[in-house]
Write a protein that binds this ligand. Structure first.
Ligand code: SF4
Ligand code: SF4
Length: 441
């Protein structure tokens, strides 16, 4: 099933936009080793076309949010002339990164937003309710590590109405949200129990970056990845890892993100040296490793890990004939109609058409695109009580398209988009890897 000459470790057209954007940003912004928070030179590329503003889902529903142009180039220009403080409104940016893709001028918007948010959060009172709440949400993986030791008890306590009421009153966590249940066996435990990799290979070897959610909440997605890659003859190793940092970036917790990223880069770069590529099942994880790490950090091996990181479907399409394998397969009708939502971070990596292209050729499956809107939850944004209504308003278009679709199963690569899809429609939500598993394993 190997696609011979296309198996080099380069990224393809899927990531051309991202690569160009990063290259343009690097041409105007000093390398991270020479800067702290100075992105002022990057602001000069902005010619005020407002394309970023019109692409921003938060600006569309929140009249008080000034939009990405202000958060990015305008704030950094202001800092150049007066060295002003970062505006509080930066905390309302959900880090969906849609403005990044919209900018025709390669302004490093999300890098500016992440850096500005980090600077703003540095100055926040560490005892304020907002800081404590955001730190908890940003460090979900740490809490999950503790809670998943007694999953049934934690699930009972966290889904209890009294707990939700306290979380809302004390911390500002939206009580409307359903707590994502912990699995009774984590993916890591399952992987260890089965004895690690079942295949050894010199030329087909991947290091799986599963992220926290697949480990603690949806191990079936992570297991599907392992089984699918093994079906294609791959050795799949699962290195020790920490959160990719996505919720930390979104909440301005840059020191937490730095620690997690340093650990991940250290572990993954050693494997890349040994010939492994890094594969993610979550598009926000691949986004963090490929774009946010090199934009914000300069640990040894950061660029190397970024250059060897892929999303799972992308990797199999590049290195194997996944399209051909699926067109010759069928599934048994468990997935009659799939309402597919492309996560914003998949869109930013040019990966938003993959599932549609692949599953249109798969017998036993029909797939419908539910449009190009943001799901509105953006990781932790929709969990904040003051943002919950905006989050649901942003998602309205997606919910309507899902309701119009013939099936009652949703499909997406992002675990928090899946939460929002389920929350708004009651549909069961699958990951594309689970469908591929049914077809090829
Ligand atoms: S990252 Fe998303 S929410 Fe933030 S400014 Fe850009 S488009 Fe708006
Ligand atoms: S899209 Fe780019 S060039 Fe246009 S206003 Fe936004 S940052 Fe400036």
């Amino acid at each position: 099933m190997t696609k011979d000459s296309e198996t080099d470790h380069d990224h393809t057209d899927h990531t051309t936009d991202r690569t160009d954007r990063v290259a343009t940003a690097e041409a105007t912004v000093p390398p991270s080793s020479e800067r702290t928070t100075d992105l002022r030179p990057g602001a000069d590329n902005c010619y005020k076309c407002t394309a970023c503003d019109t692409s921003c889902p938060v600006a569309e529903v929140d009249d008080e949010f000034p939009g990405p142009k202000f958060q990015g180039p305008e704030q950094w220009r202001l800092k150049r002339s007066e060295d002003t403080d970062i505006d509080e409104s930066i905390t309302s940016c959900s880090n969906c990164m849609r403005c990044d893709s919209a900018c025709p001028s390669g302004v490093p918007l999300s890098q500016m937003h992440n850096t500005a948010r980090g600077e703003y959060v540095e100055g926040m009172s560490k005892l304020s309710r907002e800081y404590v709440r955001n730190r908890i949400l940003a460090n979900y993986g740490r809490l999950a590590r503790i809670g998943s030791r007694v999953p049934r008890l934690t699930n009972f306590v966290m889904s209890n109405r009294v707990t939700k009421w306290f979380n809302e009153r004390l911390l500002g966590i939206a009580s409307e949200r359903e707590f994502p249940a912990f699995a009774t066996q984590t993916f890591g435990e399952w992987y260890e129990e089965r004895g690690g990799p079942q295949i050894e290979s010199e030329d087909r070897r991947i290091a799986y970056f599963h992220g926290d959610y697949s480990n603690f909440n949806t191990p079936e997605v992570a297991k599907a990845l392992v089984r699918v890659f093994e079906a294609f003859g791959y050795e799949v190793v699962v290195p020790e890892q920490r959160c990719s940092g996505t919720p930390m970036f979104a909440n301005g917790m840059l020191e937490d993100a730095r620690r997690a990223a340093e650990f991940n880069v250290d572990t993954l770069s050693a494997l890349v040296e040994e010939g492994y590529d890094v594969v993610c099942s979550c598009t926000s994880c691949s986004m963090a490793l490929r774009q946010e790490y090199p934009e914000l950090f300069d640990f040894e091996g950061t660029e190397q890990v970024a250059a060897h990181t892929y999303e799972a479907l992308e990797y199999l399409r590049l290195h194997e004939d996944l399209d051909g394998a699926l067109s010759e397969s069928e599934v048994d009708g468990e997935h009659p109609e799939l309402a597919y939502h492309a996560p914003c971070h998949a869109r930013n990596q040019g990966l938003h058409r993959q599932a549609l292209e692949l599953f249109r050729e798969l017998d036993g499956v029909a797939i419908e695109d539910v449009g190009d809107s943001c799901s509105g939850i953006s990781g932790t944004y929709g969990w904040k009580s003051e943002k919950y209504d905006y989050s649901m308003e942003i998602a309205e278009e997606m919910f309507e398209h899902m309701e119009d679709a013939d099936g009652t199963t949703g499909l997406t690569e992002c675990p928090t988009c899946a939460m929002q899809m389920e929350h708004g429609t009651g549909y069961e939500i699958d990951h594309p890897l689970e469908v591929i598993e049914k077809a090829v394993v």
